[in-house]
Design a protein around this ligand. Sequence first.
Ligand code: NDP
Ligand code: PYC
Length: 343
Amino acid sequence: MSEKTVLSIETLTRLTEEIFRKAGVSPLQSAAVARVIVAGERDACKSHGVYRIEGCLRTLKAGKVEPLAVPELIDDGSGVIRVDAKGAFSPAAFELGAPVLAARARELGVAALVINSCLHFSALWPEIEVLTGHGLAAMAMCPSYSAVAPSGGTTALLGTNPFAFGWPRKDTTPYVFDFATSVAARGEIELHRRAGKSLPEGWAVDADGKPTTDPEAALQGALLPFGAHKGSSISTMIELLAAVMIGDLTSPEALDYLGSMSLLPHHGELILAFSPERFAAGRTDPFARAEVLFEAISGQGARLPSQRRFAARKTAEANGITLTAEEMEMLERLRAGGLDAVT
Ligand code: NDP
Ligand code: PYC
C-alpha cells in the first residue's frame, strides 16, 4: 500500500496557491483557484481536487488561459449581472460577481450572474454554497466541451455540462446537488484510467459507437448522458442557456477553440439566485415547508445529496486532508518545475 501524507487545509491551500503563482498566475487568480481546488479535495470530490492542477497548468502552457487578466464587473442595475473573466480562470470572476448577485436577488426576488470568457475546470457546488450562505436558493450550469453523445447518437457532441442546485437551511448544511449531465464527469473517467479500473457498463461508447467499459476507449469515443433522453435534453438546455443565450461558446465550439480535450475548456457560465421569501410572498414559510420534505426523504432511509461531501469536510477539518504518495509527488514536481514540469 502506498504511503499517505496528511496536510491541513491551510497548508494544502498555500501549496496550491504557490504552484499557480510560480507558474505565472496572478495572486488574485491563484488564491481563488486554490480555494476551489482545495475545497474539492477537502470534500472528497477527487475528480475536481488536486488532480485538476496539472490540467490547469497544461492549459496555461498552451496559451489558452490568461494568467494575469483581471475580471471586470458589468452591472447596469438590472437583474442580469455580468462578469467578463477576460480569458482567465472562472473562480475570481465568480467571487467578484457573487456579492452583487446576492444583493440583487434579495432586492428583486430573482437575479442572474453571467460569467463570460473563462477557463472553467471546477465543481459548481462551491458557488452554490456561497449563495445558500446568503439565504438564497440557487442554480448554476455551464457547458464544457464535446465529450458526450446525445441520446440515440454515437458521437461526442454535448459537454459533460454540470448542473447544480442549492436550497438554504437554518442551523444545518444546505440542500445541494451538483452533477454532470453525463453518467459521470469526464474527470471520473480519467481517474479510472489512471487507476487501471474498468468503467461500469452503460457509461460510454468507443470511437465506433459501441458500448465500452475501457476508460481509454471511452475517452476516444463518447460518454453517455444520464437518464437517456432526459439527461440529453437537460444537457441541450444548458448549451442553450449557458452558451447560446449568454453569447458564449457551446461545447463543440469550446473544443474547436482548444483543439484538444487534454486542455481545460473555455466558455461561460450562468448562475441564478432566488429569494424564497420574495417568491412565497407571505403565503407560507418556504423554509419550514422545505424541512418537511427533507425529513420525509431522510425518513425513508434515503440520503440527501451532499451528505457524503459534508461528512468528508468534517473529517478533513478535524484531521486534515489525506493525499497519496503519487499526489504528493505530483504537487512537489509542479511546485519545483512550474510549467517545465507539465507535458
Ligand atoms: P456524482 O455522480 O458523484 O454526484 C452528483 C451529486 O449526486 C452530488 O451532489 C452527490 O452528493 C449526489 N449523490 C451521489 N450519490 C447519491 C445518493 N446515493 N443519494 C443522494 N445523492 C447522491 O457527480 P458527477 O460525477 O456527475 O459530477 C462530479 C462533479 O463534477 C460535480 O461537482 C460537477 O460540478 C463537476 N463537473 C464539472 C464540469 C465543468 O465543466 N466544470 C463538467 C462536469 C462535471 P455527494 O457529493 O454527497 O455524494
Ligand atoms: O469532469 O467532465 C469533467 C470536466 C470538464 C471540465 C471540467 N470538468
